[in-house]
Write a protein that binds this ligand. Structure first.
Ligand code: HAM
Length: 420
């Protein structure tokens, strides 16, 4: 027996309601905030991700699904959505449009991680990117959007954590301080962090191993090393968030797992469950990324959320989905002639926008009605020999168990306009 690959899962019909619900909330939010949808390919030139996410990150070092295509080109399945959007921004000359360009996406994301609850090798993200403006008000807009999105899903008890990790001018000094600090405790660092100390000391702050976490508490804080501009920018972002009435916590250990961030970074987590495992969404500013890809300096900011984690949390918080709209009709028949009438009636109802199913084969009327019941049909339309002769159907209200005869010509208006 084949099974879905480890760390992936089938989204069965019973689960689809959550995914569609979340997507609808997201799309409606984007409409309100003026963000337009973009779709990019599932795979890209491998170098795009190495360059932007960073060679020293877990994602690039251990998690990409990379392959050579038949012409020998190195390709990578999209391990995040931001770099492809920046590539598309440049490729399609979007810098010529009025700035910022506001885009959103739903995308399958692939990361070869150790699968566990809320951590998969393929997951879905909803993300937004606002490209071409450095105004801290745009950071606040994007954070507000993330926050309103979660509010619209009905999730409660979330916390918003924010930090600023500075820019290429001020960050080197901070990294030196961080290296100096951790160099005193090399023996206590996990093996991964020993390697990180040389190449990407920022990542140590993010390590989930208890000994490294303990050391992070007293580590130098990036906000103490910000240059004047970054400091002002961060103050403004926080000021705008306060104007918008959005509560946040400053978290000096929040650095994010991708190298492209500058200045603002943020994450949204269930309260009391801090850690990357539980983050429902995250993002930040990436002012150098487009330049890194060969464009002009183009400040930008965005976020993405993990849809499976949101579904998990919605279930934990017992958030019910709205009842599906549109009542279903089931057409049952008895006999060959009645089957012909049933096939025509089903087609007519569907063309009139009424969701309809019918029995198949030569099951008894009783068995067909049991099936109608199991499918949650609101009404059954029953056609037998008598009905064929008289051009009528028996209309059965499944909940009440009441039945009445309706002429074939009336069925659509009776069902379609709810005057049953
Ligand atoms: P990220 O934090 O790596 O950011 O991923 C965004 C969200 O995707 C996470 O907060 C989490 O909910 C979900 N997620 C990540 N990995 C997994 C996984 N293995 N299984 C299930 N869910 C997962 C980014 O990808 C950035 N591109 C976000 C961004 C957009 N930054 C700026 N713009």
């Amino acid at each position: 027996m084949y099974r879905a690959p480890r760390g992936t899962s089938d989204i069965l019909p019973g689960e689809q309601g959550y995914f569609r619900y979340i997507e609808e909330k997201a799309a409606e939010l984007c409409r309100l905030y003026g963000y337009e949808r973009i779709d990019t390919p599932v795979f890209e030139d491998a170098r795009l991700f190495i360059r932007t996410i960073g060679p020293g990150t877990d994602i690039v070092e251990k998690e990409t699904y990379s392959f050579e295509d038949r012409s020998g080109q190195a390709m990578t399945l999209r391990p995040e959505g931001t770099a492809p959007i920046c590539r598309a921004y440049l490729e399609h000359g979007m810098h010529n449009l009025p700035q910022p360009v506001r885009l959103y996406y739903f995308a399958s994301i692939f990361r070869y991680e150790r699968p566990q609850k809320g951590r998969y090798r393929q997951h879905q993200q909803f993300g937004v990117e606002a490209l071409g403006d450095g105004d801290p008000a745009l950071d606040a807009e994007v954070i507000d959007m993330a926050w309103q999105f979660f509010a619209s899903t009905g999730l409660a008890n979330l916390s918003l954590q924010i930090n600023s990790i500075g820019c290429k001018k001020c960050r080197p000094r901070y990294l030196d301080e961080l290296k100096g600090y951790y160099s005193q405790y090399v023996a206590e660092l996990c093996s991964d962090c020993k390697a990180r100390l040389r190449r990407s000391p920022l990542r140590i702050l993010d390590c989930k191993k208890p000994s490294c976490q303990g050391l992070a508490v007293a580590a130098p804080q990036s906000t103490d090393y910000l240059c004047h501009d970054c400091k002002e920018h961060f103050e403004s972002v926080m000021g705008y968030l306060s104007l918008l009435g959005i509560q946040f916590q400053k978290n000096h250990r929040l650095v994010r797992g991708l190298d492209y961030y500058t200045r603002t970074v943020f994450e949204i987590q269930p309260q009391g469950e801090e850690g990357a495992q539980s983050a429902l969404g995250g993002g930040g500013r990436y002012d150098d990324l487009i330049e890194e890809l060969g464009g002009k300096p183009t400040p930008a900011v965005g976020f993405a959320v993990g849809i499976e984690r949101i579904v998990l949390n919605m279930k934990q918080q017992r958030i019910a989905l709205p009842a599906p709209s549109g009542q279903r009709v089931f057409v049952a028949y008895s006999g060959e002639e009645a089957k012909n009438e049933a096939i025509k009636l089903v087609a007519t109802l569907r063309r009139c926008g009424i969701p309809t199913l019918s029995g198949l084969g030569d099951r008894s009327l009783k068995a067909q009605l049991r099936q109608a019941n199991a499918l949650g049909a609101a009404y059954a339309l029953i056609i037998g020999e008598d009905e064929v002769k008289s051009g009528t159907v028996e209309l059965r209200d499944m909940a009440k168990g009441e039945q009445r005869r309706v002429s074939m010509g009336e069925v659509v208006s009776v069902l379609g306009w709810g005057t049953v």
